[in-house]
Design a protein around this ligand. Structure first.
Ligand code: SF4
Length: 381
């Protein structure tokens, strides 16, 4: 599937480009204590070996910063430092990393009398002097209190959005363009909504996507997958992180999950009904997992693709899902949905059930429904 990406500008982070025509970069973050140099080095190496394009490491004290300098001497790769509240550590660490990430909501804690604008100008200066990119990393759990107070407490997304946009505007104003933005939330729907709103306002700014506190696999991967499916299918997102709660030795799973989700989206193997905005026939099938109820599902997904070839020029979505756990709900938004049980395939027209058919009967029945839909709805494009 040829997904048209948003026309973001290209930002270099070490030897990786994000945005522009670059492939979507996959990144991760260390979970070791940064001052445990041996463990942090080992974890960075394991992430890079797993294919991480960028690895982020958090620091919040002078000793963390010094430890990270030691770490950087022992690893190669594109490292990003996660500045927490003590933003002035940037000047110590910037010569040793490729990117500075700061959280607008954390800039308040130190030097409270200083306006945030001065702090951002300081960070941009440090980044520019040290060949670093910047990420403006907005997080639902730590939104700038001034922005929060301006909005209804039930509206958690507008303060995040305004914060990100204000920081972009300031960096633009001072001529610093080598930055990207992230807007993370623990609720995938919020991640979808806030990133769509941001991309509409600033289609030029590269976006780093992630669901924060996604949890343990498989649920953490599923939550993240849903958000990424809805964003990346519409060209939004230039780099991703799948945040998983896993023991340190399993951290490379974040990279594997990220790459798997990206390749599944590109192939139309999705768990939620995705509109790729292509105005042509859209066949999506779930990526399959241990819940698949009949192995015939895999062949069925292929057969549906082949059988429906003749309807290629129609803007119709057909979803094929592998089980009763997610199939019934996840097919509601498709024009035609199939979800597989052990002995039967359930056919739906939107949220309505058409009936359950054997694996041998389903294709001709689907064809009938498809023809009716074509006749009723639309001229060929
Ligand atoms: S629809 Fe069912 S089988 Fe397919 S990925 Fe989701 S849970 Fe697994």
């Amino acid at each position: 599937m040829n997904i048209e990406r948003n026309p973001t500008r290209s930002v270099r982070i070490g030897n990786v480009q994000i945005g522009g025509d670059a492939p979507i970069a996959v990144q991760s973050m260390t979970a070791t204590r940064t001052q445990d140099i041996a463990a942090t080095v080992a974890q960075i190496r394991s992430l890079i070996d797993a294919g991480a394009d960028i690895v982020r490491i958090a620091i919040d004290s002078q000793r963390d910063a010094e430890a990270l300098i030691d770490v950087t001497k022992e690893v190669t790769g594109n490292l990003s430092v996660d500045l927490q509240e003590n933003y002035r550590l940037a000047e110590i660490i910037a010569p040793h990393v490729a990117k500075l990430r700061y959280n607008p909501g954390h800039l308040y804690h130190h030097e409270r009398e200083k306006p945030w604008q001065d702090k951002v100008c300081y960070l941009a200066g440090i980044a520019a002097d040290n060949d670093c990119a910047i990420r403006i990393g907005v997080n639902c759990g730590s939104v700038d209190p001034d922005k929060k107070n301006k909005y209804d407490p039930n509206d958690s997304l507008s303060p995040m959005l305004e914060s990100a946009l204000d920081h972009c505007q300031l960096l633009d104003h001072i001529g610093f363009s080598r930055y990207c933005v992230s807007l993370k939330d623990s609720d995938p729907q919020n991640v979808i909504d806030v990133n769509r709103r941001f991309a509409e306002a600033r289609p030029d700014v590269p976006l780093h996507l992630g669901v924060t506190e996604a949890g343990m696999p498989p649920d953490g991967v599923i939550k993240t997958r849903i958000a990424f499916e809805q964003l990346i299918s519409r060209g939004i997102g230039d780099t991703v992180r799948v945040s998983l709660t896993v023991p340190n030795d399993r951290k490379p799973e974040e990279i594997a999950a990220g790459r798997q989700i990206l390749s599944d989206i590109a192939a139309g193997r999705v768990r939620s009904v995705v509109d790729y905005g292509l105005k042509t026939l859209n066949i999506i099938s779930c990526p399959s997992c241990s819940r698949v109820e009949n192995e015939a599902f895999i062949d069925l997904a292929e057969q549906v693709r082949d059988m429906t070839e003749y309807a290629q020029d129609y803007d119709i979505t057909i979803a094929v899902m592998g089980c009763r756990v997610n199939g019934p709900g996840e097919t509601d938004d498709a024009d035609l949905g199939l979800w597989c049980g052990p002995g039967h395939v359930n056919l739906k027209r939107g949220p309505e059930s058409v009936g359950a058919f054997s694996y041998d009967e389903i294709l001709p029945r689907l064809r009938e429904e498809l023809n009716q839909l074509i006749a009723a709805r639309m001229p060929a494009v």
